[in-house]
Design a protein around this ligand. Structure first.
Ligand SMILES: CC(C)(COP(=O)(O)OP(=O)(O)OC[C@H]1O[C@@H](n2cnc3c(N)ncnc32)[C@H](O)[C@@H]1OP(=O)(O)O)[C@@H](O)C(=O)NCCC(=O)NCCS
Length: 168
């Protein structure tokens, strides 16, 4: 898997990415709306292993986001299988290094991921689940054309479910 946008490359994670991803997922700003809180180096290693397992099992997963200009890994964006209201759904997820926030990069990465999800993976729809207070993420979902569907409780946390369909 290799996707390219104007400013970004999205590719599969490798174990070697650990040193670049670990400081991002150890940042409290990045993990503010995560039920796990900040991740240790070892927890990020396990997370990357989970991403790689998903590529093998599902043919997709969370991908490394590389800022082309500096060839730097700035976070992840991709699609995971998550049980939402007892249904296996395809859920969009993203986290970026705060040094790169506010430049439209999450929207740029997620747009190409959604396009790939519909055109190559043939998903009928893709969900986004977000805490209402996570205004930046809500805004990204809106900019992607996702529509609010319903409330849910995900891993014990009240969340809003957004959805975009392939035909729209
Ligand atoms: C969510 C996240 C990926 C957004 O990254 P980003 O590259 O800054 O996103 P974009 O620049 O594409 O868009 C952000 C939008 O949110 C808006 N925004 C940012 N902070 C905001 C706030 N506190 N209140 C309202 N809007 C806000 C921006 O103005 C922008 O909207 P605009 O283009 O209409 O001006 C980034 O903030 C992040 O990594 N957060 C921590 C991890 C996380 O919460 N992930 C999502 C879990 S559901």
């Amino acid at each position: 898997m290799w996707l390219e946008t104007q400013r970004l490359i999205l590719r599969e994670f490798q174990q070697e990415d650990l040193c670049q991803l670990a400081p991002i997922l150890a940042n409290p700003q990045v993990m503010k709306f995560s039920p796990t809180g900040i991740l240790s180096f070892q927890q990020t290693r396990t997370k990357i292993n989970g991403f790689i397992a998903s590529y093998k099992k599902n043919g997709f997963g969370k991908w490394a986001v590389i800022f082309k200009e500096s060839n730097r890994l700035i976070g992840y964006c991709g699609i995971a299988v998550e049980q939402i209201d007892n249904v296996d759904e395809r859920e969009l997820g993203y986290r970026l290094d705060p040094a790169f926030w506010g430049r439209g990069l999450a929207t740029e990465a997620a747009s190409i991921v959604i396009q790939y999800g519909f055109e190559q993976l043939r998903f009928p729809h893709i969900l986004g689940i977000v805490e209402r207070e996570n205004m930046a993420s809500v805004r990204v979902l809106e900019k992607l054309g996702m529509k609010y569907k319903r409330k849910t409780v995900f891993h014990g946390v009240k969340m809003d479910v957004y959805q975009v369909s392939g035909e729209s």
